[in-house]
Design a protein around this ligand. Structure first.
Ligand code: 6PG
Length: 219
């Protein structure tokens, strides 16, 4: 795990946005289309605020979510809504958004669309204090299947009690990405990521990506 620590969050958000923009730009030099997968949740908004203004050929970028809560797209807990408000705007409004939420329970059309852009170029992940990442939650009944190296790229999964069901990218997609960043804040998540680096993905799903990821932390 490559842990990058910052003295404060603002600096981290600006630095990370510029790093992500640099990686997208580099990938655009040798690929026709470049993919960027990002998390929802409460942490990445300020990164999106910076990144959306980056001077890139966004018309050749496909943006998708690492995971989504199964709520309507205009719901206040929708990750798509966060993206539409804060990332798919300014210059990045020219990017394509790949929506991976099926109407019902059949994900086959979404999986086919997702397969056309694999492997992902740039992935940004969040993490919870329980060491989940994307919507791979410890204790979830579908976790073992989602961690399998032959897992379908996308799976409908349950979240812990009280949270809405989710759809998530799975282990083969997350570990197959060309560049992976994890964004965390606060002492509890710093302690959690340190615990996770010594744990198995079945107990600490974020451990799945920590070997290759750059983890960005600010207090
Ligand atoms: C989601 C996510 C999830 C998130 C973590 C951290 O939809 O909830 O994509 O994996 O990144 O739960 O969330 P916070 O940034 O809100 O702490």
């Amino acid at each position: 795990m490559n842990l990058v620590t910052y003295p404060d969050r603002d600096l981290m958000f600006i630095d990370l946005a510029s790093k992500l923009a640099g990686e997208i730009e580099a990938a655009l030099f040798h690929e026709d289309r470049v993919s960027l997968a990002v998390p929802g949740g409460s942490t990445p908004g300020p990164v999106f605020d910076e990144l959306c203004a980056a001077d890139l050929d966004w018309s050749r970028v496909t943006i998708l979510l690492t995971d989504e809560r199964r709520v309507p797209p205009d719901h206040e807990r929708s990750n798509e809504r966060l993206l539409r408000d804060r990332l798919l705007t300014s210059r990045a409004a020219a990017a394509e958004f790949l929506r991976l939420v099926p109407e019902g329970e059949d994900t086959s059309a979404e999986i086919e669309r997702l397969k056309t852009i694999l492997p992902l170029n740039v992935v940004l992940l969040g993490m919870g204090a329980d060491m989940h990442t994307a919507s791979l939650f410890p204790g979830s009944p579908q976790l073992a299947d989602a961690l399998d190296r032959h897992a379908p790229p996308l799976m409908l999964v349950d979240a812990p009690e009280g949270l809405e069901p989710r759809i998530t990218l799975t282990a083969p997609v997350l570990t197959g990405a060309m560049s992976t960043h994890v964004l965390i804040t606060g002492d509890d998540k710093r302690a959690a990521v340190e615990r996770a680096r010594k744990a198995k993905p079945t107990e600490a799903p974020v451990a799945l990506v920590l070997g290759d990821a750059e983890v960005h932390w600010a207090p």
